[in-house]
Design a protein around this ligand. Structure first.
Ligand code: STX
Length: 320
């Protein structure tokens, strides 16, 4: 097998784009890149509410893959922007089925990081017959302990500097439940209250994503259009516990993944989604392999993570 490249493939443009109406309110943006006859792969972005970016196309050899990307409800180029109504995990799973059918694909590879891993796992557990294989990074299982770790107490002990603006944005009396306090502000009728909360929420996440933080990396998270969708949609999903029927739902249903090959890539120093998540998932899913990256945090763009993901897409390019 030829060695996988260490850096992303060259930038590409879609050969086809779609606006798919998925509910009375929502229309989602879908694009296809690479080789129309290639291995179908669905890129599942993070957040929820993060949207796709052009460089996300570059994890896949465009000669070997039919690369499908979509912006989930309420974010990126999907409309209406930052909308929370008719926006649940199960709506997104249904949207993925609608995309699959629209494109005439029977089985595909799923590629998702962070919330993209959560949603890919939910889809695969619901529709294993349509999944050839899963490539997952920065595993997020949306358990209550994981939400508490990042938004209430945990990462705060490692990043007290970045934590300061996040928790002082909320008055002392409300700090016992920061998620709830943010939810109130993120759904305020006052656009200024919404935006300030969205920026504080979003910058917290942007400041903690990489092993070695970069100033411009966090700056994008303060951008109003991005922050509003990202913070509102994330907080809405987490207030609703991912819309799962119980805590630990994904691990409890992991047996549904039996027979689906998986490659899990996770940074040792991921403080948004601790390595324990990937460990627990691997143990519940014997057909997966866990690749721990010794010198990386949570971000998809860190060098060791990029190299491991490129190696994974090279391996799955010919999966039957
Ligand atoms: N949210 C984790 C997540 O899915 C708890 C995520 N974090 N940052 C991102 O996604 C983007 C880089 C996609 C914005």
């Amino acid at each position: 097998m030829p060695a996988a490249p260490m850096t992303l493939f060259a930038p590409i443009e879609p050969y086809q784009t779609h606006q798919l109406k998925v509910s009375s309110i929502h229309t989602i943006y879908v694009e296809e890149c690479g080789n129309p006859q290639g291995q179908p792969v669905l890129f599942v972005h993070g957040g929820p509410g993060g949207g796709c970016e052009p460089w996300h196309r570059q994890f896949f050899d465009p000669r070997k893959y039919r690369i499908i990307l979509f912006d989930q409800r309420g974010c990126g180029r999907s409309t209406p922007h930052a909308e929370l109504r008719e926006n649940t995990t199960w709506d997104l799973v249904a949207d993925m089925q609608a995309i699959r059918k629209m494109l005439g694909i029977e089985r595909w590879v799923l590629f998702g990081g962070s919330w993209g891993s959560t949603l890919s796992l939910t889809y695969a557990i619901t529709y294993p017959q349509h999944c050839k294989g899963l490539i997952l990074r920065g595993i997020f299982l949306l358990r209550e302990a994981e939400i508490r770790w990042f938004y209430q107490e945990g990462t705060s002990w490692l990043y007290p500097d970045a934590w300061q603006p996040y928790w002082t944005h909320i008055p002392e009396a409300e700090r016992g439940d920061l998620l709830k306090a943010y939810y109130g502000r993120l759904t305020s009728p006052d656009p200024a209250v919404r935006l300030a909360a969205a920026q504080a929420w979003s910058v917290w996440e942007g400041s903690t994503a990489r092993l070695i933080p970069s100033a411009d990396g966090a700056a994008r998270f303060a951008e109003p259009q991005f922050a509003e969708a990202f913070a509102r949609i994330e907080c809405h999903y987490f207030m609703n516990k991912g819309f799962f029927e119980r805590d630990g739902y994904l691990l409890a249903r992991a047996h549904q993944l039996h027979g689906i090959p998986g490659i899990i890539v996770h940074g040792r120093y991921d403080v948004i989604c601790p390595l324990r998540n990937a460990w627990d998932l691997q143990r519940a899913w014997p057909q997966s392999r866990l690749n721990i990256i010794a010198d990386a945090g949570h971000a998809a763009s860190e060098p060791g993570i990029v190299a491991a993901l490129l190696d994974a897409t090279e391996q799955f390019a010919t999966l039957e």
